[in-house]
Design a protein around this ligand. Structure first.
Ligand code: AMP
Length: 472
């Protein structure tokens, strides 16, 4: 299968694809679309970035067009469940783009925003509904939504759903679906639990799989920089100093860490914004838009906030801290090197993270080239200067409390500590505006650290680099 024409998709879909400039289906599309068009259930192993959204959206649009009928009141014909609101929004946008000549209605339902518009859309009924589980359950409980007319059900990023504690909500939602339906199930990984869920949901599924994690990883130029934990931010600012890191995703482990790093970068003259579960929907959207438009060079994110975000042309990924699980490393660095582009991933590794690095190298079956920036005099000078300029910081809460916890766990903790309403929408409901305000505009305070080390770290990541000592 070399072209979209070969699938026999409805002409308005083919037209939209041509307008979007898609000429060749991606491997997941080539494999999945014929099965889905034939009405089969599907189990797809594919990450974001492989074109999996179109792999289910195109045949769904085709199916709905083959059998046109009014959208059911308070319901929908196709239901897509997504773990995060960002991904839900992207999926809905894809449906709108591919179906732009077809006149189908598309609605998105997620937490953290008012109910009114969602209730209005649901009451009238929609052809395609993209939802995160928590808010959809709210609507089901309020009898605003009814899923009895769903013809196609898609569970996207199933592994993330489980990580986020959505297993029970998914089961609840599935219980409201009609028995007779088509099921499409996508996951980047297939741990045992996901296999079990797939077994419950799917009937005689066709199985397709693309891009095993290691293949993506191989296309990315990876580096490890060993550095003292308390000099990481100085090293990060230095990495940005030579101007190559034009669109860089920086991952931190904690929400407060994300705010702090973004603030430091701004103070060092690097345009930065942060995105995490404590930000409001508006703040997240503004940060993403500024990053996409190139207004800020750095988007500092926690893992959960960055899941599924599809931003083209991310030049670099920086792991400010290594993630606790190797799979998350693969996910993170997969944000760069999209659509066949090359990408660079840099991990700042403190001594107490070496065991995490070992696990990552074992899982991805590679040795990541490493450079030692410990005891670096230039960095030490900048750090010393920063310390002098910095007002005394308040002591931080215990590390565990700052983590971006999966919503299930967060909810449990909140309840223990006094409780929250039962409708809490997992990671998708802002928990207050405690974080740093971050306008996301470039050019904040002037660079403080002035002098940078002679061995520019950014330089060492290019072919003509020199000056660093690779470790064995
Ligand atoms: P996804 O994995 O669905 O998030 O898609 C990743 C990106 O690839 C999105 O920006 C899509 O718009 C784009 N895309 C999907 N299919 C194709 C295709 N056949 N040709 C070119 N771009 C595509």
């Amino acid at each position: 299968m070399t072209s979209f024409q070969d699938f026999g998709l409805a002409p308005p879909i083919a037209r939209a694809l041509t307008e979007k400039g898609y000429s060749t289906p991606t491997p997941i599309q080539t494999q999945a679309i014929p099965y889905v068009m034939a009405g089969r259930d599907l189990l797809g192993i594919a990450q974001t970035g492989t074109g999996k959204t179109a792999a289910f959206a195109l045949p769904i649009l085709h199916r709905l067009a083959q059998d046109r009928r009014p959208a059911p009141k308070r319901g929908c014909r196709a239901l897509i469940l997504s773990p995060t609101r960002e991904l839900a929004t992207q999926i809905a946008e894809s449906f709108k783009a591919y179906g732009k000549h077809m006149g189908f209605s598309v609605a998105v339902v997620f937490g953290g925003v008012k109910y009114g518009a969602q209730i209005k859309a649901l009451t009238a009924g929609v052809d395609i509904l993209v939802a995160t589980p928590g808010r959809l359950i709210d609507h089901l409980q309020e009898k605003v939504a009814n899923l009895g007319q769903v013809e196609v059900f898609v569970l996207d990023e199933a592994d993330q759903m489980l990580d986020l504690g959505f297993l029970q909500p998914i089961r609840k939602i599935v219980a409201g679906l009609p028995k007779q339906r088509q099921n499409l199930f996508f996951s980047a990984t297939m741990p045992g639990e996901i296999g079990k869920l797939a077994g419950e949901l799917l009937h005689d599924p066709a199985k397709v799989s693309v891009t095993p994690a290691a293949t993506t990883v191989e296309r990315i130029d990876q580096r490890v920089l060993f550095v003292e934990a308390d000099r990481k931010r100085q090293l990060l600012a230095e990495l940005f100093a030579d101007g190559h890191m034009k669109r860089t995703l920086v991952f931190t482990r904690t929400k407060r860490g994300a705010d702090r790093v973004a603030k430091y970068l701004e103070q060092a003259g690097v345009g930065a914004a942060s995105i995490h579960g404590d930000k409001t929907q508006g703040q997240r959207e503004r940060a993403l838009a500024a990053f996409k438009a190139g207004q800020v060079a750095a988007l500092v994110a926690t893992d959960i906030a960055a899941r599924g975000i599809d931003i083209d042309a991310v030049t670099h990924v920086v792991n400010y801290e290594l993630p606790n699980v190797p799979d998350a490393y693969v996910h993170r660095i997969g944000r760069t090197a999209r659509k066949g582009n090359d990408g660079i991933a840099i991990s700042l590794v403190a001594d107490d993270e070496r065991n995490l690095l070992r696990d990552i190298q074992k899982t991805t079956r590679q040795t990541i080239p490493s450079f030692d920036r410990r005891n670096d005099r230039a960095l030490g000078q900048v750090a010393a200067m920063d310390r002098k300029l910095e007002p005394a910081r308040k002591p931080e809460p215990a590390r565990e409390e700052q983590r971006e916890l999966p919503p299930g766990l967060r909810k449990r903790r909140r309840r223990r500590g006094g409780g929250q309403g039962p409708q809490a929408q997992g990671g998708q409901r802002p928990q207050g505006q405690g974080g740093q305000r971050n306008g996301g505009q470039a050019g904040g305070a002037k660079r403080r650290g002035g002098k940078r080390g002679p061995s520019g770290a950014g330089g060492a990541l290019r072919a003509d680099s020199g000056g660093w000592t690779p470790l064995d």
